[in-house]
Design a binder for this molecule. Sequence first.
Ligand code: AHN
Ligand code: ZN
Length: 338
Amino acid sequence: MGQAGALLSNRIFLFSFVLLLASCTNKTPEQTPAGNTETSPKQVRAQAPEFNADSAFQYVKDQVDFGPRVPNTKAHEQCAGFLEKKLKSLGMSVTVQQGNVVNYAGKTLKIKNIMGSFHPANTSRIILFSHWDSRHIADMDSVRKNEPIDGANDGASGVGVILEIARQLQKVSPAIGVDVLFLDAEDTGEPNDMPREQHKEDSWCLGTQYWTKNMPRNYRPRFGILLDMVGAKNPVFPMEGGSMQYAGDVVKKVWATAGDLGFSNLFVYTECPTLTDDHAYINRDAGIPTIDIVDYNPATRDFGSYHHKHSDNINLIDRNTLKAVGQILLQVIYDEPN
Ligand code: AHN
Ligand code: ZN
């Protein structure tokens, strides 16, 4: 090799070395809660299976087709049977917790919390939650306020995403064990026009409150993720206050994964106030650090325009949203070491 050639290959060597160094630290700009840009290392990610949005959509529709899943109704009973059977067919060990809870009006509701476990012998675990019941009234609507809603987004969407995740887990085993829990009687809260003097504390999330009081002993998964309204078109998922308080590192992990997968438009780096939702009771009473992925606009401080209305039906569901949430969760699961 002549001198020029040696110099050139030296240069190439040096250049590749610099490239290598750069890829090792792999600094990429990232949005911080303050809204400024800073550099942080990008994680090397595992190979995760492809989330199928058509399959998830079908799981959402399967639930909605039973009719509103209001406790003490036939549709509710039938959907419970469907969910139990489906989890079993997807290779999960299934336990159904039955109980009675009392709503704000003093009415007894028969509930079922439905849990599935993948690789139950694995002692390192995470858990995915979603409520599966639908609201008994459309109290945010201007018409048919006393009729139940389909709850395609508020109820069925989270369950649909989790069922599709469960289907993918069968194909390639992740290092971490995964539990899924479909919680009942979340949307039991008092009507929004309830007179002040009749106001009832803790009228929401009755299924979760029952579960935390009667949960499996010594059950301590590493963390939990609650999905609530994860199927509407153009959602906004803020960093919810209670999630930040109890499981800030999980929020950051999930939001960083969302950014890496190109979904930082949906998973915004804006905090919102603490919401009353299933994760609040799980964090406070079950000792499982749990985040809430919930469609809530921190700018307007409101849920989506469909919330607790009859427009929360299957036409609201957007496969792109199911795909984004499902693919991010699969990535988080497969990135998680044992
Ligand atoms: C409030 O309505 C403030 N919290 C109830 C959370 C919820 C209801 N999520 C879905 N439906
Ligand atoms: Zn609701």
